[in-house]
Design a protein around this ligand. Structure first.
Ligand code: NAD
Length: 486
């Protein structure tokens, strides 16, 4: 496993790299080796104020004056440059997050680039309308940027989730301050380099690194910031809602999930088996939409779960930098401890462990690796059926008929995603409509596209990422009335 020299990284404000005003730093750890790989500036209030001032000056200055088409060209170039630098950026993503290089290089970085290029095309197609009002007036609407957007991002898909916010924000003419997760700030800082390389004017894109509880909170409460675009834990979402209330900021919240993956006996069971394992083990289960509750019809459950468990046992974690690795390291010691704690709770509550359940060693004696874990015999009131674990831990629950499947699927505070596996087209669409979730997959799992909206029902948050719907959150509508009376 590669040993890296410690990188030193600064804040990016007004197209300048600078140390934090108080000189503080935080350490970034490679979860696959437990080594410190970077020392990153840890911002304070003065840095947040400087970023807000720079973002405001850009809005009032060169960025605000740029034509929409030229803005779109710059956003397009960000995507182009990300692809040019994909090898380098993918490596950083794997180093700080622990995900396999295959996922970073082949899936995440190209998807982030595509997100910028998708929204680049929208930049000069965002427009108002003329309104047929009563009386002799010309009335029209302008669709204007919201202003300064703070993008607060978690550690599981650091660059992609940043792109989901920054790309529509820039395309719509806003300026942004990115606050990456403390564990994974390196690719947001790489995006800042890209911003200078493509010629984004100073202040349009700023990156402030530091702990969420201090610097994140400062952004949330700052009177100079117009909108918070947040992805993260549901409990943090609650704090953001409270913290932004004094300034009545616009907020969008993409939060946690406990998504049901429902298998009916009339499904293509081989495909459902792949969907069940990929649904929970892709991304080490650190996927907000992970299919962490596997709901299986009781007539096939025993045989189906045996196969899921057998498959899980073949999925050994490996060195994330090895291109053949498909299961990487859990992103942090804290997350590994959380996963192990939930595994213990599941055992104590009587769930039956049928695969995994412990740490894995990839031959180095180091790293936060966890065996893919499957619990059978989970009942809906058990903790692992109700709380988000955010790790490679699957809870299998049985159901008796279609209505019970729907009831159990909806028996959750969350509503981010869901899937249904059946060859019966009527049943599939019936269930899709009944499920309380922002995304429903039929006979597939974990597919996303920049053109399709993604976001939560219930306590999985509100607002949508990607698609035309996301642009709505980054613009506001002004009505202009012209008196035409003689
Ligand atoms: P987290 O809420 O702890 O942190 C997310 C971000 O918020 C980080 O940048 C963090 O520094 C910052 N933050 C923390 N406290 C803050 C505060 N008080 N004020 C402002 N900012 C604060 O979440 P995490 O552990 O990094 O990520 C995991 C969670 O994210 C899971 O619950 C997962 O389901 C969720 N998630 C949701 C989606 C989605 O699209 N719905 C996508 C990915 C992850």
């Amino acid at each position: 496993m590669a040993t890296t020299t410690v990188m030193r990284k600064q804040l990016f404000i007004n197209n300048e790299w600078r140390d934090a005003a108080r000189g503080q730093t935080l350490e970034v750890v490679n979860p696959a080796t437990e080594e410190v790989i970077a020392e990153v500036a840890s911002a304070d209030r003065a840095d947040v104020d400087a970023a807000v001032a720079a973002a405001r000056a850009a809005l009032d200055g060169p960025w605000g004056k740029l034509s929409a088409r030229d803005r779109g060209r710059l956003v397009w170039k960000i995507g182009e440059k990300l692809l040019e630098k994909a090898d380098e950026i993918a490596r950083l993503e794997t180093l700080h997050n622990g995900k396999p290089i295959f996922e970073s290089r082949q899936i995440e970085i190209p998807a982030a680039a595509e997100c910028f290029q998708y929204y680049a095309g929208w930049a000069d197609k965002i427009h108002g309308e003329t309104v047929p009002v009563k009386g002799n007036y010309l009335t029209y609407t302008l669709r204007e940027p919201v202003g300064i957007v703070a993008a607060i991002v978690p550690w599981n898909f650091p660059l992609l989730l940043t792109a989901w916010k920054v790309a529509p924000a820039l395309a719509a003419g806003n300026t942004v301050i990115i606050k990456p997760a403390s564990q994974t700030p390196l690719t947001a800082l790489a995006l800042a380099e890209v911003a200078t390389e493509v010629g984004l004017p100073p202040g349009v894109l700023n990156v402030i690194t530091g702990p969420g509880s201090s610097v994140g909170q400062m952004l949330v409460e700052h009177p100079g910031i117009d909108k918070i675009a947040f992805t993260g834990d549901t409990s943090t979402g609650r704090q953001i809602m409270k913290g932004s209330s004094d300034t009545l900021k616009r907020i969008t919240l993409e939060l946690g999930g406990k998504s049901p993956n429902i298998v009916f006996p009339d499904a293509d069971l081989d495909a459902a088996l792949r969907g069940a394992t990929m649904g929970i083990f892709y991304g080490k289960g650190e996927v907000c939409a992970a299919g962490s509750r596997l709901l299986v019809d009781k007539s096939i459950k025993s045989e189906f779960i045996d196969k899921v468990a057998a498959r899980a046992k073949t999925m050994a974690p490996g060195d994330p930098l090895d291109p053949k690795t498909r299961l990487g390291a859990v992103a942090s010691k804290k997350q590994l401890d959380t996963d192990l704690r939930y595994i213990e709770i599941a055992k104590q509550e009587g769930a039956q462990l049928v695969a995994g359940g412990g740490r894995a060693d990839i031959g180095t004696g180091k790293g936060y690796f966890l065996q893919p874990t499957v619990f059978d015999g989970v009942t809906p009131e058990m903790t692992i059926a109700r709380e988000e674990i955010f790790g490679p831990v699957l809870a299998a629950i049985e159901f008796g008929d279609v209505d019970e499947a729907i009831a159990r699927a909806n028996d959750s505070a969350y509503g981010l995603a869901a899937a249904v596996w059946t060859k019966d087209i009527k049943k599939a669409h019936y269930v899709a409509r009944k499920l309380q979730a922002g995304t429903v997959w039929i006979n597939t799992y974990n597919v996303y596209d920049t053109a399709a909206p993604f976001g939560g029902y219930k306590q999985s948050g509100f607002g949508r990422e990607m698609s035309l719907h996301a642009l709505e959150h980054y613009t506001q509508v002004k009505s202009v009335w012209v008196d035409l009376n003689q």
